[in-house]
Design a protein around this ligand. Structure first.
Ligand SMILES: [Fe+2]
Ligand SMILES: [Fe+2]
Length: 213
């Protein structure tokens, strides 16, 4: 890590020390490591990818506090711009990083246009599926007070950020579609493997919840 990048990491560590487990600093560090791996394979600009990965969830806690009303990609890009500006980064670098952060979210219409933004998007989504994705889904459900499973409820009528937001709901409405959203060749290949493990787990989970296994 260069001196400039490790200084940004220190700022992020200070700001994210109270963020809850499902989107904590460990998630940011895993995304950083994965993004660097993808960037090398996809020949993306490593400096842009590293800065974007470190800063990508800087505003996540604000979205959690607003119970999903505020978009952490939008606020995060604005916050990152201020941090990078203050640290003296060039405007081109700031603009490129902010594009990556603004477009890394799964649920809005801003699409990644550069290879660096596609790499960040894929690295972030890979952390939402597979064994880690399963773990994070249950962690998040616990954070919002959801049960282990809520089989009496019709998932189509349930709401996110509520006690209805179980890990199984997250899998059914979001996680099972993620592998088809990725952009890079390397990311897609890894997503396919993580997806099949996750699919096996939730299939078995549903059977056990229904006392069929
Ligand atoms: Fe995010
Ligand atoms: Fe993230």
């Amino acid at each position: 890590m260069s001196k400039a990048i490790s200084e940004i990491m220190e700022i992020v560590e200070m700001r994210m020390n109270k963020v809850r487990g499902s989107h904590d600093l460990e998630h940011t560090k895993r995304v950083y490591t994965m993004a660097v791996k993808l960037a090398k394979k996809e020949k993306a600009d490593l400096n842009i990818v590293k800065l974007s990965a470190i800063l990508h969830d800087i505003a996540r806690h604000k979205e959690d506090l607003s119970k999903g009303r505020l978009c952490h990609a939008k606020v995060g890009a604005e916050t990152a711009r201020k941090i990078l500006n203050k640290a003296g980064f060039k405007i081109k670098v700031i603009n490129d990083v902010c594009h990556c952060i603004r477009t890394h979210r799964f649920r809005d219409n801003y699409m990644p246009e550069t290879i660096e933004a596609k790499v960040l998007f894929d690295a972030d989504k890979l952390d939402s599926i597979g064994a880690i994705g399963i773990g994070r889904a249950f962690l998040f459900a616990g954070e919002v007070g959801a049960a282990l499973n809520n089989k009496a409820l019709d998932i189509a009528k349930t709401k996110p950020y509520t006690e209805e937001d179980t890990a199984y709901r997250e899998y059914m409405v979001k996680l099972r579609y993620i592998k088809d959203k990725l952009f890079t060749k390397t990311g897609k290949k890894m997503a396919s493997d993580r997806h099949s493990f996750m699919k096996t787990f939730f299939k078995r989970f549903a059977l056990e919840c229904a006392s069929k296994k």
